[in-house]
Design a protein around this ligand. Sequence first.
Ligand code: 5GP
Length: 298
Amino acid sequence: MADAQHPPEVDRVAASRRAVEARRARASLKKDVAMRVITPQELVRRAFADPASPAGTMRVTEFLTSIPAIGEGKRDRILAQLGISPVKRLGGLGARQRRALESFLEERWPQLVPRGGRSHLVVLAGPTAVGKGTVAARIRQLHPEIHLSVSATTRAARPGEVDGEHYFFVDDAEFDRLVAGGELLEHATVHNRFRYGTPREPIERALAEGKTVLLEIDLQGARQVRAAEPSATLVFLLPPSWDELVQRLVGRGTEGAEERARRLRTAKVELGAQHEFDFGVVNDDVDRAAEEVVALTR
Ligand code: 5GP
């Protein structure tokens, strides 16, 4: 007989499936914080906005230990200091506890405050496989008024790539000459293989004409642009989640275990660089991400 204590079998199955899904969603969110795809502050914001969400139903203990640099000992000291019971879930915190947790996080992990005044020189970077090239290509289609920098590279053209449009394809000697002549704003060897660099002259010309210039380059290049042009706006493209980035990196499963591990290690290091940037844009939808990047240039 089914009653309140003994729900029918179908309900129990559905309830346990929901519980499994909720646990999985929380595990995925914890990974996002651990891998720095989202900030601890962002998770807390979601939890407070919707206490029934995966973030809201996360225990404070689980939340704190997902943050890099917080182990179990430190976690317990923090909870005691903030006056929060370890059995609490984020969404169940009272107003005072919420404020205490927020100010604790803000003190330890200050959020980026975008510098005032926006530059017309915009750099789009982010971890490998996050889709920078796709977002940049969409910006080129939707906003021809934005000058998309064409890089020089020593790698060979892929089928369909046009010299002077996608890249300037040059050999090592020519690349050396560009570097020696100071003709590149930045340059780097990417993935330990080929050299890539941003020709300086076309950018200076476009900026002088009052145009917005977009560079889609790797992290090393972004750092060099920051050093050379401190006023440049640096945008970091983020994956919707760590799991999604892993899918994009190793999804096709064509690489060996060692190569897969190497790519994941690289992605983790790359995500750790986002605090050097002015803005983060999540690439959950190419059109939306493209428009968000463009809005940052206005
Ligand atoms: P791909 O060979 O797949 O077109 O590009 C490989 C990587 O090189 C991408 O991460 C891209 O952002 C980066 N890249 C392309 N052009 C430049 C450049 O001019 N400078 C730097 N530093 N990286 C670049």
